[in-house]
Design a protein around this ligand. Structure first.
Ligand code: SAM
Length: 296
């Protein structure tokens, strides 16, 4: 796969993408990245790439021509047609499914805006789609492009080693659930124990536990990802058992918190400090009313 970046800071994305899985994908020849700086295609002594917006208002807008020339150069660098994507907070949200779809496209050009954005006419003429990485505004499209490069590159066949298989990840697999919790050595740690089922060697039980954890934490954290009615009978049973256990654990925690609060209150009372019942002659323990409202 080939990804071209149109950016005022093309090295920025290349640097981010030079490490880990994405770096390895490039080393393995699965991904080729190239950067194109619109400033290299700008004219005049100052090589301007932006100008003030018509109609007034704050900020600057990226000029059509330097961007268009950079795009043309990028397109011409490879005969394969490219899908042009403008990184924009106004675009379609990036999802795992979208990343999977993009990983099947042989060639992408990612256009990174800066300032207030890009002249709308260039977007209409040259861009196939707009993509957002979330409902917040970045100062430039480079980080967003790097997110796309990373999410897509790790899905290219051969990019991940087996141990890192993407099939188990959140949003992947049966039902698009969140991933289950993971543990590694040591088995015992002051922060807690590894769930015994993971040490049992019983693969069927381990798979069942993982499925249950995925169902449970998806239900608790991202309920909109689960259609409870559409779950299989087995999944529904797993989820119900998880939720019952969770409710019990919450109750135990609440009980412990209450007990702890009672102990703290007793301790405060013994000290005659705030929160405790001060002895009548201690002069302590009055709230604001006690200080201001008792002149009569
Ligand atoms: N005025 C624009 C708006 O409100 O839609 C925001 C411009 S932003 C300061 C500058 C550039 O950052 C954009 O042109 C876009 O390329 C990029 N950008 C900002 N937020 C983004 C997001 N959530 N997803 C993708 N790209 C984003």
């Amino acid at each position: 796969m080939r990804i071209d970046l149109i950016s005022l800071f093309p090295d920025f994305v290349a640097q981010i993408a030079g490490h880990g899985v994405v770096g390895r994908a490039q080393e393995r020849g699965l991904l080729a990245l190239a950067g194109w700086n619109p400033r290299d295609y700008a004219e005049g002594n100052y090589r301007r790439v932006d100008d003030r917006p018509f109609g007034g208002g704050p900020g600057m807008v990226m000029l059509i021509d330097p961007l268009r020339a950079a795009l043309q150069a990028a397109r011409a660098a490879d005969p394969q047609p490219a899908r042009v994507i403008y990184m924009s907070p106004q675009g379609t949200p990036l999802t795992q499914a979208k990343a999977r779809a993009l990983a099947d496209v042989p060639r992408l050009i990612l256009l990174c805006g800066r300032y207030e954005g890009v002249d709308e006419r260039l977007l209409r003429a040259e861009v196939d789609e707009e993509l957002s990485i979330g409902d917040y505004v970045l100062s430039g499209g480079e980080l967003a492009a790097a997110v796309v490069v990373d999410a897509v590159a790790r899905l290219l066949p051969g990019a991940l080693n087996d141990a890192e298989s993407a099939a188990q990840d959140s949003f992947e697999g049966d039902g698009g659930l969140l991933d289950c919790p993971h543990y590694t050595r040591p088995v015992s740690h002051p922060l807690g124990e590894v769930p015994p089922v993971l040490l049992s060697g019983n693969h069927a039980e381990i798979a069942k536990w993982r499925r249950q954890q995925s169902l449970g934490r998806t239900w608790l954290r991202r309920p909109e990802l689960i259609d409870r009615e559409a779950l299989s009978k087995a999944d529904r049973r797993l989820l119900e058992a998880f939720l019952a256990e969770h409710a019990q654990a919450e109750q135990t925690l609440a009980g412990q918190a209450l007990a702890q609060a009672a102990v703290s209150a007793d301790a405060a009372q013994d000290r005659g400090g705030p929160g405790g019942r001060a002895s009548p002659d201690s002069g302590q323990g009055h709230g604001p009313q006690g200080e201001s409202g008792h002149e009569a």
